[in-house]
Write a protein of this length. Sequence first.
Length: 728
Amino acid sequence: MSRDTTRYLTLNDNSLAGKHLDIVLLVRINYDLRDSSIDFDEVASKFREDFYNLLALNLNPYEFRIGLLSSKQIGSYLDPFPITDTVEIARSIARYKPFQMRLFEGRSPMTKIVDMLLLERGQRCFSVLIEPYQMTEEEQSKIEVFGYETKILPSNPDKELIQGILGFQAQAQSMRASFRMKIRLVGDSGISQYLVNLVGSEVSGQQDFFYFRPEDEDLKQEIARFRAIEFESSLANVITLDIPDVLLDLVYLFRPAEVATAFRLPSERISASKERLFKTYFAPISNLPEEGLLIGTGEHPSHQDPIPIYIRPRDRRKHCYIIGKTGTGKSMMLLGMIKQDIQSNKGVCLIDPHGDLVEAVFACIPEERKEDVYLFDPSDEEYVMGLNFLEATSDDPESERDYLLQEVISMLLRTVDYDLQMFGPRAQQWTRMGCMTLMALPEGGTLLEVPRLFEDSAFLNTVLEKIDDSLLRNWWKKNYIPQSDFHKSEMMGYFTSKYTPLVSGPQVRNVVGQLKSGFDFKEIMDEGKILLVNLSRGKIGQQNSALLGSMFVSRLLWAAMGRAWEPEESRRPFYLYVDEFQNFITDSFETILSEARKYNLILTIANQHLAQLRAMGKLGDKIQRAVFGNVGTIVSFRLGTDAPTLASELGDPVEATTLRNLENRYTVVQLLVDDAPTTPFTMRTIDWVFPGPEEIKRGERIKQYARRRGRPVSEVKEEIQRRYESFG
């Protein structure tokens, strides 16, 4: 014998809508616990498998998952919120015969009810409890005396229950009073009469219902019954009908077709609750790794518990791409991955254009890794780390300088969508010669001084006196200085405007104007340090954030390529995480995706949609092809218009509809295992455990320590000013 209840819970949350809807089916199977011959795990597993198959065949158009709930989760559905009001609704038998209720063959009455639940103030639970009911001979005879038509139930009510719920109407029509059904409304505040009337009329099909509110002294008892899913005739002491007591249960009796109506899930789209439907693709359990970086859990009918999903270190070398709408769980997934890497003593760099992720990482850093942490935050008003993009620090300075020059030109070209009419050969030549000249200074130069070379003749002459490279001096004296002021002015404003973001913004100027960078990229990679880059666009501006992020990505690539002369076994893995990566890429990014794995620079990149790449113009198509052509593991959260493209890229069995309707924290993953991609499957990201007070305090201490690794802002400003004045 089984007893089942469906509960529609509308709970307050922090979303824009203010509420969310949970629809929960709870099934209780009764067995004699003293019977040692029963394998309860086997019984539960068999029921789960059978019920899944029944739902898969009949629950159209819904997609669903079946899983075991923890006792804590079950408890939250039995006791969802503090209950202060409860109403029980049953059908009246004073005027109408039972078993004549209108059938809702197509549209479910639950649609109106659920919409009303979401509109009600406070939190609500609408509960439908049913159980098979076998009439006694006495009840049968009494019903016949009073003129109600029925018949004795068959001996297999459980089978008829499932058939009725799942819609086998033809087989169920011959049955009469097959089930008792109890309908309850509970809330954390007063339940409106309108909701009571709506539920009663929708379920009964007419104004043939009765409702009961317990008195204050009975409220606790009714709440206890609700939490225990107990079926008690609480109406018996208030309904006064001229029928024998034995027939009071008539108010609870329904045919299978009627029970199926009240038990059915909403068949229309619920505008208020915005229900999300998606298919579950089972995890390929035959070859899933059993160790590595834990990124989530999958499902399979043969497993009662969620299946942990790991990525092995060797497969991570092919990189990971995460895509999905904002607010779907990308940042939490990145945070979980970063936390594991940090706690495993790995080298990590995070480039974050929002800043929130960087702030959250500090609470994940253990005390023993305090000395490893470097924080780059241009918006800090007290301390700032330098990043001199013209500083060559490797053992092969000539090659490094040439690489840096290409990256500067690429960054500037990107600002004009690689349009050579906007930044053509002449502008590129000026950039190259200006940067090379400043690099040739004994003390070095910075990007701040590139436009000054062309605007300030006294500054240029002073610089030329200090450099030893005769070829550079000859170019200036033969190609630039002899030009007339008119020809120079034609190009000057157009050329120097490309450097305006570096010069005009004090936050960026304090970073790129320092002669010495605040950290050695190769040292950070080789020694497994933690580099956190906070490029909050809200604080430093979108263009500045993009420029600085591009510099970091380029510098890390060069540091990685510098490992080419080292034995492969000595190249310590370094993990680079880039959120909204499209903001920080140049031509070299394709090289990173295809070559960085050789040098153990391992990328995890994320963004919201492919249109962000297409908005980059000519570079966007190139990068999109590079991503899908080189990335090993692809993780897709909920998507919009990109759903068909990703579905095509992932392949069978993925459908665009599923990608559009994924719930928050659910993904479709194509996992790389032993250098081969798996069949895509559904994965839920790992639960994020919010840090406690002690972890937050520790994180704040580590953050303050990392901040002080930078130089005082006042000192940096004085240095930039002195350098400017020293050149006259």
